[in-house]
Design a protein around this ligand. Sequence first.
Ligand SMILES: [Zn+2]
Length: 351
Amino acid sequence: MFTIDAHLDLSMNAMEWNRDLRLPVSELRLREKGMSDKPDRGNGTVSFPELRRGNVGLVVGTQIARYVAPGNPLPGWCSPEQAWAQTQAQLAWYRAMEDDGQLKQVRDLAACEQHIREWNSTRPIGYILSLEGADSIVTLKHLEIAYSYGLRALGPAHYGPGRYAFGTDSTGPLGPKGRELLREMERLNIILDATHLCDESFAEAMDHFNGHVWASHHNCRSLVNHNRQFSDEQLKLLIDRGAVIGAPMDAWMIVPNWFRGKSTPGEMGCDLEKVVDHMDHICQLAGNANHIGIGSDLDGAFGTEQCPSDVDTIADLQKIPPILAKRGYTAADVENVMHGNWLRFLRKAWH
Ligand SMILES: [Zn+2]
């Protein structure tokens, strides 16, 4: 079934993990044999051939670069300008993949509809450009530049304190700078990605932003308790605003009590059924299946060591439809989850 994945760190994989995503996953794994610089070496699940095999014809592809102030222990750049430059390198990779016929940037509704009409697995994979964490937006002028090269969604924060908002594992308000950013996003019609905003910044963003909101990769706090997840109240707020919430495949967000580097998907019972539990929880809150989708985040700094045990590559997303059907979801619901909900959202946001 045609599938949309609303969160993949493709350019990060290319530029920081040094993966040539044109290669089969088996070859990417082979190239990383014996490497230990990152915990997920040799365990990658995403490459263009696997996206094609899995009928994932449209993705939201990120740029990502954090600024870190002195004393911030997270990995990142020492100035916003360096972070901006990193995102420009990532953009250059997307462009190189477009030149090579692998990817095609989708930046408006006409291009989106055409891409879906013409999609088959021999054609370029469509991607919508998104930015995870706004630290690299040096000034609001840079946001305008980013819009002009195709940026269509933005999550103001990632992990930790950001320049415009506070993210996962930190807490604080947007403040004047963050609110200014939201105003400019609204003017440019850039989608607000609510994922990674801390509770305080999330609440303020919901109050101040009147544009379109989605949560590209987000699970439920009532199933796995962590500030990275949304509470039922937050989910209801998003549902009321017409948001779609993408299900991520990172094991620690799927099953409780995961210990990074120690737990294994098999022993923790982490599989796609558990992912569907989160999706189903959101559907129960909404009273329908119109607000969930996939935002797998596969290879978002984790691989098979930390994703559902029945996912070997991203092509295994095709195991989700039968799980939904078994639970009583109608054929129309299943199509909505795999692509229809994201499409409806884009048709409204980009009309
Ligand atoms: Zn993320």
